[in-house]
Write a protein that binds this ligand. Structure first.
Ligand SMILES: Cc1cc2nc3c(=O)[nH]c(=O)nc-3n(C[C@H](O)[C@H](O)[C@H](O)COP(=O)(O)O)c2cc1C
Length: 306
């Protein structure tokens, strides 16, 4: 994934996994990334314990209380061994060692996002319980845990404070944010783009109007707030798409037409989606979270029991 996209629309803390496990090759890639992190004096004062699912289960509840980690595919307990740094630099050296582990954690989490996995940083765990469980020797301290898995549902990217609030510019710089120009939303109007591939794009608030997009592919796309009007999306597939606030049909929905028969959706967040006057025959739902879903005002569980 392109680096800018990796941190603007890729890595985020995910706390709902499918249970899929990571193969050795993936584990090794993540460890490679983690150990390429900058670190004090290149002493690499870190040590990693890699846990499979069976061992992640042993973390709950004594080491970490959140049961959601049970569905992670692997966990990395990142420890510091600060003795050499502390000998050389005293208290400052201990701080260097903690910074080493933080740098390794973010490298690992970014690489996970880069290769299509999701994860979360855990800091609120019990280090002593962790030490006992993994027989971690004296002199090695567990600092953080990265849980990695395949996202079941991906949360939206979380907002950050405006740069002006967290930055002090020292010297002759413009205040951050001063020069941000409003960019017009991406608009595609009237055309035949059957089979087109949309990959790794930010199409937030985009407009697609009067477009033939049958068999199109949308991979890793931010489509929050995107509006599709008079569009044919038959056979289109959607993977890793954020559709929060996507609108199919304009506000005056009667005048628009959307065809989506045979569309395929994988890992798409449809939270708060509204479907009205739609034909939903022969639809297959597999492994979907239907919490809070209502059909004509009736909760889905009751509706399907009828
Ligand atoms: C030092 C540190 C400790 C954290 N501890 C936890 C934790 O114990 N449990 C958890 O669910 N998330 C934990 N997080 C994840 C943060 O909640 C998350 O990064 C933050 O809310 C911003 O969200 P984002 O990562 O999606 O941008 C921790 C993150 C950091 C850097």
């Amino acid at each position: 994934m392109e680096f800018h996209r990796l941190y603007t629309d890729g890595r985020r803390s995910t706390r709902a996994f499918t249970g899929r496990t990571l193969c050795n090759e993936t584990i090794h890639s993540l460890l490679q990334a983690a150990t390429r992190a900058p670190n004090a004096c290149n002493l690499q004062s870190w040590h990693f314990y890699v846990l499979d699912q069976k061992n992640i289960a042993k973390l709950v509840p004594d080491v970490y209380r959140g049961e959601w980690i049970l569905k992670a595919g692997a966990a990395f307990v990142v420890c510091t061994e600060d003795s050499v740094l502390a000998e050389r630099f005293g208290e400052r050296g201990k701080m260097f060692a903690i910074q080493d582990t933080a740098a390794a954690m973010i490298m690992l989490l970014l690489e996970a996002a880069n290769i299509g996995w999701s994860g979360c940083w855990l800091g609120a765990f019990e280090p002593e319980a962790c030490r006992r469980l993994l027989s971690i020797p004296e002199g090695r301290v567990p600092v953080a845990i990265a849980v990695i898995g395949e996202a079941h549902t991906q949360p939206p990217m979380r907002d950050r404070k405006p740069l002006g609030e967290v930055c002090t510019m020292v010297g002759d710089f413009d205040a951050p944010g001063d020069k941000t120009e409003a960019t017009a939303p991406f608009t595609l109007r009237s055309g035949n783009y059957g089979g087109a591939l949309f990959q790794d794009l930010n199409l937030a608030e985009a407009r697609f109007d009067d477009i033939w997009l049958a068999d199109g592919k949308f991979n890793n796309i931010n489509m929050s707030g995107t509006v599709f009007t008079d569009i044919n999306l038959s056979g289109a597939s959607y993977a890793g798409v954020d559709m929060a606030g996507t609108r199919f049909g304009a506000v005056d929905a009667e005048s628009t037409c959307v065809e989506m028969n045979k569309a395929k959706f994988t890992q798409v967040d449809f939270t708060e989606a509204v479907l009205k006057n739609c034909r939903l025959c022969d639809i297959r739902l597999e492994n979907c979270d239907l919490t809070g879903m209502t059909i004509d005002g009736i909760p889905a569980e009751e509706y399907f029991k009828k």
